[in-house]
Design a protein around this ligand. Sequence first.
Ligand code: GDP
Ligand code: MG
Length: 163
Amino acid sequence: SLPTVAIIGRPNVGKSTLFNRLVGKKLALVDDQPGVTRDRREGEATLLGLDFRVIDTAGYEDLDAATLPGRMRQQTEAAVAQADVALFLIDSRAGIVPLDEEIARWLRASSTPVVIVANKAEGRAGETGVIEAMALGFGDPVQLSAEHGEGMADLFEGLLPYI
Ligand code: GDP
Ligand code: MG
């Protein structure tokens, strides 16, 4: 079976944009099970000839802010637990916020390898965020623009050791 990649990160960092770019027309299924997996999407991705299954975590955007961390944590942990590698997206333009640091703590406690990805890195607006992302402890981030398709070769190189 195909190796599995989970896309993790707080709302609005570009997870679904990356998922859509990786999966394209080959979206395999929309998971509508109840509970934490309700809004999880899975698909088969191809990246420069590398084939893998990808999980996009979502579904918490509409929830009450007070319940957000717990729900995100459940989704994140469920996806990461079944993945061979987690892509941890941050928004280079917004920089690192406390919720990114909280997610980084969960990911450090997991045995799943993590590749950190500084998304929205097109142009120069993301430089500060890229530097801030280094401090999260997952090494040099892959600089990506999921929206414009820049940095996909670097993403390939980041994933290659794990899948
Ligand atoms: P998610 O909540 O993490 O799934 O984020 P989305 O994929 O829904 O994207 C949130 C917003 O960021 C949308 O307006 C996207 O168009 C935008 N976005 C995603 N990727 C990029 C990128 O590489 N550069 C820029 N500038 N915007 C992006
Ligand atoms: Mg999304």
